[in-house]
Design a protein around this ligand. Structure first.
Ligand SMILES: [Mg+2]
Length: 342
């Protein structure tokens, strides 16, 4: 069609501080930005690949040329999903996400609406986002928590999976006694460790614990949940929309991320399935720009918890337009996802 173009380019984004979880510490994050233009309207999407889900910058750059032909009509969302599946039956969720995000952004902008409104999503205020305390030396984690609380963050999420997790939880509770404290073990604990940590988390009044055990250990999570006073939330155990209902027997909630589920429309399907299954829902993110965060924010008003600090951790966010007051993100009001290139 005349006047139609689809292109992408990769930028290396940098976190202001090295960002550490149980599996790794990085400060450089290559992100690939997709731009779709038709009829003078442009929609944008972001691929935030994560090695845990089998993606890298190279796989995204190799996959986008193969998947691009699926985006024929930006209004045909089911068709886009079906064509993506036909071209590549599985994998590459962040590359799919970038195309889906760009299609929805284009549609919303072409009718002059915020994307959340086009999607028929709740206009209610977003839940306050957690701010992440990443794995570092204990004094540094104390400093991260102290400074975040002083800036007004009311919800902290601490990354665990070290040999001194109990000390970290106690230290953070001491540094920030008033915050809601969430913990994320990123699948690093054994069943015995997790069982021991439940008591530590209960004593620290932890609000929830994310992915205590290995991704495939649903029986272990179900057993843990049976004795836990703290809600247990799946993150690494949830790769595909179709996994959601099976997780309801082992978890209290699920963490939805656009980049692992294949985009905002797939995350919305997962959100609705989670509600059918009686699961609580967290809207999460990768380290990604304000574009990816804005797309996640569109869904976050329909969720119980938000974890959308990915762009707050960046030193060089290429998008602007989000309005943060500490951890409280205002619902984007601009057209499309509501952010623009800096
Ligand atoms: Mg997590």
């Amino acid at each position: 069609m005349a006047g139609v173009s689809l292109s992408w380019e990769t930028h290396e984004l940098h976190t202001a501080q090295p960002f550490g979880i149980a599996r790794w510490t990085h400060s450089v994050y290559p992100r690939t930005f997709v731009t779709f233009t038709q009829g003078g309207v442009t929609g944008q999407g972001e691929a935030a690949p994560n090695a845990f889900y089998g993606e890298t910058r190279d796989t995204v750059e190799a996959t986008l040329p193969l998947l691009a032909e699926a985006l024929t009509d930006p209004w045909d969302w089911d068709g886009l999903h079906i064509r993506l599946k036909a071209l590549m039956p599985q994998g590459h969720p962040s590359a799919r996400c970038a195309l889906e995000m760009a299609a929805v952004d284009w549609c919303a902008r072409s009718v002059g609406l915020p994307a959340w409104q086009l999607l028929g999503l709740s206009p209610s205020p977003l839940p306050e986002s957690s701010y992440t305390v990443s794995i570092a030396a204990l004094d540094d984690m104390r400093r991260q928590a102290r400074e975040a609380a002083a800036r007004g963050h009311g919800v902290l999420k601490v990354k665990l999976g070290t040999d001194h997790d109990e000390a970290i939880v106690e230290a953070l509770r001491e540094e920030a006694p008033a915050v809601a404290l969430r913990v994320d073990a990123n699948a690093a604990w054994t069943r015995a460790q997790a069982r021991r940590m439940l008591d530590v988390l209960a004593a620290a009044r932890a609000e929830l614990v994310e992915q205590p055990l290995a991704a495939g250990d649903l029986d272990g999570h179900a057993a843990l949940r049976a004795v836990s006073g703290v809600p247990i939330v799946a993150d690494e155990s949830l790769h595909h929309v179709g996994d959601v209902l099976a997780l309801a027997r082992a978890f209290d909630g699920v963490n939805l991320k656009l980049a692992k589920l294949g985009g905002p429309l797939q995350a919305l399907r997962a959100l609705r399935l989670a509600r059918e299954g009686g699961l609580s829902v967290m809207m999460g993110c990768m380290i990604e720009s304000s574009l990816g965060i804005a797309a996640a924010a569109a869904l976050a008003g329909a969720c119980d918890w938000a974890d959308l600090d990915g762009a707050l951790l960046l030193a060089d966010d290429p998008f602007v337009g989000l309005d943060w007051q500490a951890g409280q993100l205002a619902r984007p009001q601009g057209q499309g996802w509501g952010v623009e290139r800096r």
